[in-house]
Design a protein around this ligand. Structure first.
Ligand code: DC
Length: 209
């Protein structure tokens, strides 16, 4: 495949499904660029928590805003899910995501609406999911490892609240695109999920040569 051509991998799914890990691994394997689109909503949320109006915060976003470690907190995640309901916020982030996807040499974008709205023509679409309990346990282990004081029940409530908001909104709700392949990681090691994703992308690229 020529490196001057674009090749887009769209990876959607709920919080802590493993989609971020799979996206990073797939991008590293193929030498593709990777965009965690959740960071865009988190960066807007951080600005809103600091007092900015949401749509303006989205329009003013610059790449440097995505590099803040504070974007990883549960508070910012919940606020991100709230600002993501606002159509003007989503619209302001559209062009950046589409240009990223169209870059030469390949791109992996992960989020909630990549296969459905941002890149409906992506060459490969994956929907990565897992039960809410397993996702909460993964997130709890990650947060506890970082020394964050939180209970498993609180993390589960957090995950369920975000799922409900992300799936229930009118504009670009979280759902699998009709042509997406679902990978359920509830009882699957993430390494096996990565291998499945790599095999799928390999097969697609061979067909395009
Ligand atoms: O992937 P994440 O947990 O970092 O995403 C944070 C929130 O951002 C998520 O709860 C909903 C929103 N989001 C979205 O609406 N669309 C995307 N493509 C990515 C994230």
């Amino acid at each position: 495949m020529s490196v001057t051509r674009s090749f887009t991998v769209a990876i959607d799914g709920p919080a802590a499904s493993g989609k971020g890990t799979i996206s990073k691994a797939v991008a590293a394997h193929f030498g593709f660029a990777h965009l965690d689109t959740g960071l865009l909503y988190r960066a807007v949320a951080a600005k809103v928590l600091a007092g900015k109006e949401p749509a303006q915060a989205a329009r003013d976003l610059v790449p440097h805003d995505l590099e803040d470690d504070a974007l990883r907190t549960s508070l910012v995640a919940q606020e991100a899910s709230k600002v993501a309901v606002i159509p003007e916020v989503r619209a302001a982030l559209l062009d950046f995501q589409r240009s990223f996807a169209a870059r030469a040499g390949g791109a992996v974008l992960d989020g909630r609406d990549i296969g459905t709205v941002i890149c409906p023509d992506a060459q490969v679409k994956l929907f990565v999911t897992a039960s809410a309990e397993v996702r909460a346990r993964r997130r709890f282990a990650e947060l506890s490892g970082k020394g964050v004081q939180i209970t498993l029940d609180e993390v589960l409530a957090d995950v369920q609240a975000r799922d409900a908001r992300d799936m229930g909104r009118a504009d670009a709700p979280l759902r699998a695109a009709v042509d997406a392949v679902t990978i359920d990681t509830t009882e699957m090691a993430i390494a096996d999920a990565v291998a499945a994703a790599v095999a799928m992308i390999d097969a697609k690229r061979e067909n395009l040569i």
